[in-house]
Design a binder for this molecule. Structure first.
Ligand code: AHR
Length: 502
């Protein structure tokens, strides 16, 4: 059996975890809103038309913020379309996803849903086809007390108290040719700066996220961040990162190593932010918002068929990736990467939440079930709060197509405010279990309280409405600690949550 050593010390800490690291994302795309969170007439819909089974599933994930309403969608969105009497809201062609947006769910409705789901809104503004003026207008609408055109409009629309949205995205993926209103870094940096200034003049308490590159694979990655930040550094608070991975060739070891790339991406953006800080002699440090991350590739071909059949339809079944067991392992590793970088990554959004590349699936008129990827997210969100510990890890390594020296044991650990310690670990080894030699001596007297395992013999195993728990976590017997040390075996290809309490 392979062996790995993990040493943790209560005094070796990376950072407090910002709870917004466990955020998610709902875009007006496919069946995320219509048929996902909102389905009036469904037997489980509440009086507002929201599916209560979906709300329950979201609540179990403990998602503190939800990015909304896009995504690519936002770059052609008019926020005014989404407020006021529902029957007078316009139907619009959405050029991002070639569908028709009916605006039945808008800002007021989504805020009520978010409230029921226990989440805050992270609101994205349109800096594609629109600009700083409409951005400041919507901040006034959402956050100003009253006595002005847009705040009074909100009150007339039935919401006396402000929505008080604290976190705002300055557009979406503005470097991408697929984006409505794509811009150069210089153009975007200037517009983002002006928008941020004006939005903060309306409400100085808000924070704003500027668009970084839409992926580290963009040819402009790096120069985009440098030039964009040069324009807007002092007025923004976070830079966004987006990254999706896929396994189209069926190379499981290579796929599970993709978090090496994610880690590099985070370090590169951090370095660029700090370089701009140095150049500007600034005292301000920019943090990162990894506001789109996930596995995304299963549905690409299917989407082309959907558009062939039904371009401009409403709530088309788009981006409905069905996640398998190996996807859950990579999602687990991506969460560990975010945790290990919690000193700079303060916000992250699993893209997305319901039906669209999502951990939660629904059938129109039917059930709601958890995909494989639901579980690592739920565990990390529940047990990954508190403070991230700096783990010293000695793990066997392997080489694969893109990387050399990939640790077979991927790990992150947190110290809860109640003194509990959680060690998360993915065993990337295809065939061998691994014996973890865990050294927790500095924590004094701890006992192991739970060992959760997510494992399946088939990496392609999925959950469906008819077989919803095919891939689901189990608990295995815990190991007794001997003077703060334990030897714990983790199965091949597994996600593990090792929990210790004082
Ligand atoms: O999450 C799906 C899409 O991926 C988003 O709309 C866009 O921002 C990204 O390209």
């Amino acid at each position: 059996m392979k062996q790995a050593k993990i040493v943790l010390d209560k005094d070796y800490q990376v950072s407090r975890v910002d709870e917004r690291l466990f955020g998610s994302f709902i875009e007006h795309l496919g069946r995320a809103v219509y048929g996902g969170i909102y389905e009036p007439g469904h037997p489980l819909a509440d009086e507002l038309g929201f599916r209560t089974d979906v709300i329950e599933a979201v609540k179990k994930l403990g998602v503190p913020i939800v990015r909304y309403p896009g995504g690519n969608f936002v770059s052609g969105f008019h926020w005014e379309d989404s407020v006021g009497p529902v029957e007078s809201r316009p139907r619009r062609l959405d050029l991002a996803w070639f569908t028709t947006e009916t605006n039945e769910v808008g800002l007021h409705e989504f805020a009520r849903w978010a409230d029921r789901a226990g989440a805050q809104i992270m609101y994205a503004i349109n800096l594609g086809t629109r600009g700083p003026e409409q951005a400041r207008d919507v901040v006034e609408y959402a956050n100003h007390l009253g006595g002005s055109r847009f705040s009074d409009m909100r009150i007339a629309n039935g919401k006396k108290d402000p929505f008080n949205i604290k976190l705002w995205c300055l557009g979406n993926e503005m470097d991408g040719p697929w984006q409505m209103g794509q811009k150069t870094a210089r153009e975007y940096g200037h517009v983002a700066n002006e928008a941020a200034k004006m939005m903060k003049w309306v409400d100085p308490s808000i924070e704003v996220v500027a668009c970084g590159s839409s992926s580290s694979e963009m040819p402009t990655f790096g120069s985009w961040e440098l030039e964009m930040l040069d324009q807007c550094y002092e007025n923004i608070d976070y830079v966004s990162l987006h990254r999706y991975y896929g396994n189209p060739t069926g190379d499981t070891p290579g796929f599970l190593a993709r978090t090496m790339d994610m880690d590099d991406f985070i370090h590169s953006v951090t370095a660029i932010c700090d370089a701009v800080k140095g150049k500007k002699h600034s005292k301000k440090q920019i943090s990162l918002s990894f506001d789109e991350w996930n596995v995304w590739y299963h549905s690409n071909e299917q989407d082309k068929e959907v558009w062939k059949r039904e371009k401009w339809g409403r709530a088309l079944p788009l981006l409905e990736d069905i996640y398998n067991f190996e996807d859950a392992l990579l999602v687990g590793s991506m969460l560990l990467t975010l945790l290990r970088n919690a000193d700079r990554v303060k916000i992250a959004c699993l893209a997305q939440l319901v039906n669209v590349i999502a951990p939660i699936m629904t059938r129109n008129g039917g059930g709601c079930w958890a995909q494989t990827t639901y579980y690592p997210f739920m565990h990390a969100s529940e047990f990954g709060r508190g403070t991230v510990l700096k783990a010293v890890v000695d793990s066997p390594v392997y080489d694969c197509s893109d990387y050399e020296g990939v640790p077979t044991i991927d790990t992150a650990a947190t110290l809860g405010d109640d003194g509990s310690v959680t060690v998360f670990c993915v065993n990337r080894d295809l065939s061998e279990p691994c014996l973890l030699d865990l050294d927790l001596r500095s924590f004094g007297s701890l006992k192991m309280v739970e060992h959760i395992v997510l494992h399946h013999d088939d990496v392609k195993a999925i959950n469906t409405e008819d077989n919803p728990f095919n891939v689901a976590p189990t608990t295995v017997p815990v190991t007794a600690l001997d003077s703060g040390r334990a030897e714990i075996s983790v199965p091949p290809l597994s996600w593990n949550v090792l929990r210790f309490a004082p």
